[in-house]
Write a protein that binds this ligand. Structure first.
Ligand SMILES: [Mn+2]
Length: 393
């Protein structure tokens, strides 16, 4: 795998390559998107080498003129925000893949690069381009996605190869596609055997996405199951069940481990904006967030930056049974008071907010939330009501 990173990055930096193919995941840059993009790029690189060896012997090739094609995974997030994707950072690091080896969204000027190089673009884990990415439409040559098909804004070329199938994880479709394509140039298991780390990454991601084939969540399909069994014939874990469970535990733990994040990063990790209300949601209790040094300043800065006037903070922790808490913060007391009154009095459903003294110096309204099933979704009607009150927009 190191050879892939070294040659690709070197050729990219020195602008010494033939054709350029970009493999782009979706903007959430979750593990599925990141692994799908990376494994498929490594596969395309491997496939290219196999074909090159077959069709063209070194003797016939003028080494000075010849330039190899490169296949680049783009992590669809800015480099500075990579740390927010804690499970991706953790998992890639486990495979020796540090941020220096990766290409992030803002590392390249795609608007300039793609047309100049007539790059090919492969979309994985999404098939509807965001408004910022519309310029990529004519360059898309392949799509591999597991979301329900949406043709409403389908502007791709007619010969775009698409694999769209509703399964638990896009990595299932990547593994299938790799297996099928590898069989055309070698044996279907050859790529996986040459890159065991790729087999492991696909396997782990399918386990995380299907929550280890949870019967309750029903995310997995028979296709996910088939691919997991196929990958296990290659990975040969000692104890299949134990290996699956330990992978799920470690990745779920890494996903909610925000201990390395600063208050400002926590406010960016999972945030939604409703009108003028900033609504960050944390995988820790709000009280833990508020006790971090610099939390109040980070809050004021986030409000100013996102042009919001008030923040509604939602926290949860299930280490010792589920707990939830909530806080309302604004630099303008009147706005915080008003939003607090709305959420305290809300009855459909009642949020059961029990007011407590703020856990830190931060001047806010702080509550323990006794309704443990209410998530950000249940706060949306309250926020809409608040925002309808024209005095507070
Ligand atoms: Mn996905």
């Amino acid at each position: 795998m190191d050879e892939y990173f070294t040659t690709t990055l070197d050729k990219l930096r020195t602008d010494n390559y033939g054709e350029l193919t970009l493999v782009l995941g979706n903007e959430s840059c979750d593990l599925d998107s990141a692994v799908s993009a990376l494994v498929y790029s490594i596969f395309l690189h491997w496939q290219y080498q196999q074909i090159k060896c077959k069709v063209c012997t070194k003797i016939n090739r003028n080494e000075d003129m010849y330039k190899d094609d490169i296949f680049l995974a783009i992590l669809n997030v800015d480099r500075d925000d990579y740390e927010l994707k804690t499970e991706v950072v953790y998992f890639f690091k486990e495979h020796g893949i540090t941020a220096e080896k990766l290409i992030f969204r803002n590392d390249l000027d795609l608007k300039q690069l793609v047309p100049t190089k007539r790059a090919k673009v492969v979309l994985v884990d999404h098939h509807t381009l965001s408004s910022n990415d519309q310029f990529l439409t004519p360059y898309v040559t392949e799509i591999i996605d597991h979301r329900p098909i949406d043709k409403s804004s389908w502007g791709y070329k007619e010969d775009t190869r698409s694999t769209i199938e509703t399964v638990g994880s896009c990595c299932t479709l990547i593994a299938q596609r790799v297996k099928d394509l590898a069989a055309l140039v070698a044996k279907d298991v050859d790529f996986f055997n040459a890159y065991p780390a790729c087999s492991d990454m696909l396997h782990s991601t399918i386990i995380l996405d299907t929550v280890n084939f949870s019967q309750d969540l029903k995310k997995a399909t028979p296709h996910d199951e088939d691919i997991i069994l196929f990958l296990e014939t290659l990975l040969k874990p000692g104890d299949y069940e134990a290996e699956r469970k330990s992978k799920l535990d470690r990745l779920s733990q890494a996903k909610s481990d925000v201990s390395s994040l600063t208050p400002a990063q926590l406010l960016k990790k999972d945030v939604k904006i409703f009108g003028s209300v900033l609504v960050p949601s944390f995988p820790i209790l709000v009280q833990e967030f508020l006790r971090k040094p610099g939390a109040q300043q980070a809050l004021s800065e986030a409000l100013a930056k996102r042009e919001c006037s008030v923040a509604l903070l939602l926290g949860m922790d299930y280490k010792e049974g589920m707990k939830r808490d909530t806080a309302v913060y604004s630099t303008q007391t009147e706005r915080a008071d008003r939003l607090s009154a709305f959420i305290e009095q809300w009855t459909s459903p009642p949020l059961q907010l029990s007011p407590l003294a703020p856990p830190s110096e931060a001047a806010c309204h702080y509550y323990k939330q006794l309704n443990l099933t209410a998530t950000r979704k249940q706060y949306i009607p309250v926020l809409n009501e608040y925002l309808n009150d024209k005095r507070f927009i």
